[in-house]
Design a protein around this ligand. Structure first.
Ligand SMILES: [Mg+2]
Length: 187
């Protein structure tokens, strides 16, 4: 049986923060750069009302041009030969159909074993006995670390405090993710 890996959705598979900032920029006629986000919370970082940020998220999720991050599709396809790919996201359950639609639109759904929306990722990591996660948020990476699970840390301005260790390796793009697994699999 193939081992399981957990792949986060926002800012790992899709450029969510970038898209949300672009929409907020249109709302306020401003330019917001990704590097200005020192923590994950856009509303707090930019002093913007949470409801307006939520509007920008809705626009992102329903935008038909919203695509996966470069190379993600090809590399997920390749990885699915060796692993069961689980999308594990902290988005609320009502977002499931949006996530499904985005994966379908990008022709990636057939390579995904399951999508799990959860407010407790660690429980899902344990239940699935995931071998590796691909994540950008420190709280989930910390949880995985304490359970001995390897994290590929998707490089983002809000996760710069995470150091490379035996269980955490920073990746800058999907090509780095492929390189990691090629070495691991001895390909
Ligand atoms: Mg994320």
């Amino acid at each position: 049986m193939k081992p399981n890996i957990g792949v986060d959705f926002d800012d790992v598979l899709v450029d969510s923060a970038k898209s949300i900032l672009e929409t907020l920029g249109l709302f306020f006629n401003e330019t917001y750069s990704l590097s200005s986000l020192k923590t994950y919370n856009i509303a707090d970082n930019l002093w913007i009302d949470k409801n307006i940020v939520n509007d920008a998220i809705d626009i992102m999720l329903t935008n038909e041009e919203f695509l996966l991050i470069r190379d993600a599709k090809e590399i997920i396809k390749w990885l699915s030969e060796f692993y069961n790919i689980h999308i594990i996201t902290a988005r609320p359950r009502e977002y499931l159909s949006y996530v499904e639609t985005i994966l379908k639109r990008n022709n990636i759904d057939e390579y995904i074993t399951a999508i799990t929306l959860t407010n407790n990722k660690l429980d899902v990591y344990r239940y699935l006995n995931v071998e590796t996660i691909i994540e950008d948020r420190d709280i989930y990476i910390d949880d995985a670390y304490h359970d001995g699970i390897v994290s590929l840390v998707y490089d983002r301005p809000w996760n710069q405090d995470i150091k490379n260790t035996a269980l955490t390796q920073r990746v800058y793009n999907w090509s780095d993710i492929k390189d990691y697994f090629m070495i691991k699999l001895g390909e």
